[in-house]
Ligand binder design. Structure first.
Ligand SMILES: *Cc1c(COP(=O)(O)O)cnc(C)c1O
Length: 399
């Protein structure tokens, strides 16, 4: 990459990211191209965002058409695209109403604001929310407080009052942490940034039961797990447990900024005019992208195929685990949200894979995270698997 660009970005943007030294200029399906013309297979999809693949013709066309017609009028007026997307979400989920916003953190803020209204209305002013250790819910003050990871909060105290964290998957710990102030539980059905952690059998339905018994709200943060990532439209469908509130973002507009808070029953009726708002939310251009995403994900056979491809990728990763037992501790996940836990730091593996033309991510230092576009095919998976086999052969957990 040209040194000039690197210098400009490093000097001019606030220093929040450690970037890999690659400049991407174009994408197509699961392939990315850099400024040198080198191609890469993308097993990250912009962190579970570009679920339909790069430069999806349907999404891009819909966005261009809408951008030439009407881009923004605010929510003080009616527009058609938001009605279509709300209908698609409601018809395909547990929910009855939707609030659209612009990011995952903003969706979680909205959900957490609903818990405050709920506590006042139903639980004598209770405002406590229990979330999980190793969770990730965003970077605003309230969502970083909700996040069960120390490093995300460092330097930002005083935090928002009312949050407690308990170990993910442990119902007894949750019951023990419950107190008179508890009004909601928030959880990722499968933890993403926390290392691709799948909950034990019965956990999510146990949470729902507990919340119902005590009149509290259950929030599923499906910002990463939602929209086909786990092989079903929403991860909760795997577990036979519905939330009262669900948040979406990442894959919702295939790369454009979009978030949503979905709710059922009384939780869906808590906001009243003026109680919550966002200027850009549900703008027609973004909504047209969301419409194509949802129509594609719900088209016959699409998610079945993604689920099958997830099984294929998992099997290839398990082959690698069998071949490198001293280097790979575990393969886990659901659908095309898979983690491979290494016996040491994965930074060098990610770097060497990038040099070979494969975009991967590592979370929690040791967990290689696979979040390819849902249209990834077995040939692309095989190519990645072969490269990873070679990289692992040369890698040492101690290095
Ligand atoms: C990415 C993510 C968020 C935050 O989304 P932003 O759009 O970055 O604000 C929240 N929760 C989960 C589970 C996520 O994966």
């Amino acid at each position: 990459m040209p040194d000039e660009l690197k210098k400009q970005v490093d000097d001019l943007l606030m220093n929040t990211y450690g970037r890999s030294p690659v400049t991407f200029v174009r994408g197509q399906g699961c392939t990315l191209f850099d400024d040198q013309g080198k191609s890469y297979l993308d097993f990250l999809a912009g962190i579970a965002v570009v679920n339909l693949g790069h430069a999806h013709p349907g999404v891009s066309q819909a966005v261009c058409n809408q951008a030439l017609k009407l881009t923004h009028v605010s929510n003080l007026f009616y527009t058609e695209p938001q009605a279509r997307v709300a209908r698609l979400l409601v018809e395909n989920s547990f929910a009855q109403r939707v609030f659209f916003c612009n990011s995952g953190a903003e969706a979680n803020e909205g959900a957490l604001k609903l818990t405050r209204l709920w506590g006042k209305k139903k639980l004598g002013g209770a405002y406590g929310v229990i979330t999980m250790e190793m969770s990730f819910h965003g970077r605003t003050m309230k969502t970083l407080t909700a996040t069960g990871q120390k490093k995300i909060k460092e330097g930002y105290d005083p935090l928002v009052p009312g949050f407690k964290h308990v170990p993910f998957g442990d119902l007894a710990a949750l019951e023990a942490a419950w107190d008179d102030n508890t009004c909601a539980v928030m959880v990722e059905p499968v933890q993403g940034e926390g290392g691709v952690n799948v909950p034990p059998e019965g956990y999510l339905s146990g949470l729902r039961e507990l919340c119902d018994q005590r009149g509290a709200l259950l929030i599923f943060d499906e910002i990463q797990t939602g929209l086909g990532r786990t092989g079903k439209l929403f991860a909760y469908e795997h577990f036979g447990a519905e939330p009262h509130i669900m948040t979406l973002a990442k894959g919702l507009a295939n790369g454009l900024p979009a978030g949503a808070v979905l709710a059922a029953g009384e939780a869906a009726e808590l906001f009243t005019p003026g109680a919550h708002a966002t200027t850009f939310g549900a703008g027609p251009v973004i909504m047209e992208a969301c419409r194509v995403v949802l129509e594609t994900l719900t088209s016959p056979g699409f998610l079945d195929q993604a689920a099958k491809t997830g099984e294929y990728l998992r099997a290839r990763l398990q082959d690698l685990a069998a071949k490198h037992p001293d280097k790979i501790k575990q393969v886990r996940g659901l659908g095309l949200m898979l983690g491979l836990e290494l016996a040491g730091s994965g930074a060098a593996v990610v770097r060497d894979m990038l040099a070979r033309g494969f975009v991967l991510n590592c979370t929690q230092d040791k967990v290689l995270r696979f979040l390819p576009p849902l249209i990834v095919n077995p040939g692309e998976i095989d190519a990645m698997g072969q490269a990873l086999d070679q990289v692992l052969a040369a890698w040492s957990p101690a290095a």
